[in-house]
Design a protein around this ligand. Structure first.
Ligand code: GAL
Length: 408
């Protein structure tokens, strides 16, 4: 090659990579086996660009990670990108002007046309501007059941909550924990919400969680939910684990009959090579009310005054919602993609059920979309108290109705 041709080739290469390489620290609370496998898909895709993903995993649950994330942003030590649940968790940070406006990226990528359901994008929008990229739909509405545990108990795998509760004695007689439950308020509160949708029904759930109707919260439909919570508490009396994935592990290993947990549990089943429909079953809406809430995760990008970082942040935002990354990430995570125009034929039985419910429009907003972070925390605290004591259904309901009465 002549020198001039070499020079021309080198110049072309330089201009093709004109965007300078940036290192972006990305915080999240995805530290269980399944979660780590899923977030690695994001990191791989970003590292395949000229930029570098600097992993900022924070051990523990969202309840531990969120205050750390928020105080870093408020304290002037922001990461370049962070996971939060889409909904109201970042409301105050956005209002304070601390989050990058992604509207141009969203318009260039046609997010308004592709994000499904559209409520996910609404949850990222404030005063007409888009501040986050939704990456998945994670629903709380699932009961995960161990086939081994039910076989040992000599009872068929239940098809709904009542059958599950009725199998409790047989499971115990076989030395199994009927219901696996991690001893943390957010897990107990999530499970309570699932029981509410199944037992009180969607209208009552919406009246309480969207309209903040304290009368319904203190009324007869919710009284049944609190009674079911008392029996769930008894079923979980020997479940001494803390973390949600330890509770999922009790189901995977057949030590527990079931667990009410969001569909991120699927990541654990798949890392353990458990097969849906063979080793375990999943009942959306506790087999009573087949509906999914549209909770999930979104990435936010704190404002940075370095234009090169800002450019890389926007590239990452576009990448997270791109078709290929949506497929690889959501298959590993057990969540549903935020776009309907991609091929998920590789999804397992449980994810297929989820996709069908989503397609049929059986959706509800999630509590993180309807309740302020403060109200959610108060409910979690109440649930932690209720599950770790012998508080009666009536007392718990009265306290709950008071929180809803003051909710914003
Ligand atoms: C949720 C999050 C999920 C999952 C779960 C347990 O808040 O949306 O992605 O990771 O926490 O860590």
């Amino acid at each position: 090659m002549k020198l001039t041709t070499k020079l021309m080739a080198a110049t072309a290469m330089v201009s093709a990579t004109a965007v300078s390489a940036a290192e972006l620290e990305v915080t999240h609370w995805w530290t269980s086996g399944g979660e780590a496998a899923a977030v690695a898909k994001f990191a791989e895709a970003f590292n395949a660009t000229e930029h570098t993903w600097v992993d900022g995993a924070i051990a523990g649950s969202g309840g531990t990670a969120r205050p750390i994330i928020i105080s870093r942003i408020l304290g002037g030590d922001p990461m370049a990108a962070t996971q939060l649940n889409h909904g109201r968790q970042a409301e105050e940070l956005i209002e304070a002007g601390l989050m990058l406006d992604l509207t141009d990226v969203a318009e260039a990528g046609g997010w308004k046309d592709i994000v499904n359901p559209s409520g996910l994008l609404d949850s990222c929008t404030l005063d007409g501007k888009i501040y986050c990229v939704p990456v998945n739909i994670h629903s709380w509405q699932w009961l995960w059941l161990s086939h081994d545990a039910f076989e040992a108990a000599g009872v068929p795998v239940p098809t709904n909550w009542d059958e599950f509760a009725a199998a409790s004695d047989a499971l115990e007689a076989a030395g199994k924990i009927p219901l696996a439950m991690g001893q943390q308020g957010w897990q107990q509160s999530g499970a309570f919400g699932v029981m509410a949708v199944a037992i009180a029904g969607q209208d009552a759930w919406l009246a309480v969680n969207a309209d903040k109707n304290a009368e319904v919260a203190g009324g007869p439909e919710y009284a049944k939910v609190f009674e079911a919570a008392v029996s769930a508490r008894e079923m979980a009396a020997n479940s001494n684990v803390q973390d949600w994935n330890q509770a999922t592990n009790l189901v995977i290993t057949g030590q527990a009959g079931g667990q009410i947990m969001g569909d991120w549990a699927q990541g654990e089943f798949s890392v353990a090579e458990s097969v849906a429909g063979e080793d375990y079953s999943c009942l959306p809406g506790l087999g009573v009310n087949e509906v999914l809430d549209t909770g999930g995760d979104a990435f936010y990008f704190p404002v940075n005054d370095d234009p090169e970082i800002t450019a890389a942040q926007k590239e990452l935002a576009a990448l997270l919602i791109s078709p290929e990354v949506q497929v690889s990430f959501n298959l590993a995570k057990g969540s549903l993609p935020v776009r309907g125009d991609i091929d998920l034929s590789a999804a397992n039985d449980c994810m297929q059920k989820g996709l069908e419910i989503l397609a049929s429009g059986g959706i509800l907003p999630s509590g993180t979309q309807t309740l302020s972070a403060d109200t959610s925390t108060q409910i979690e605290d109440l649930m932690a108290q209720f599950w770790s004591s012998d508080m009666s259904a009536a007392d718990a309901q009265a306290k709950y109705a008071e929180i809803i009465g003051n909710a914003d």
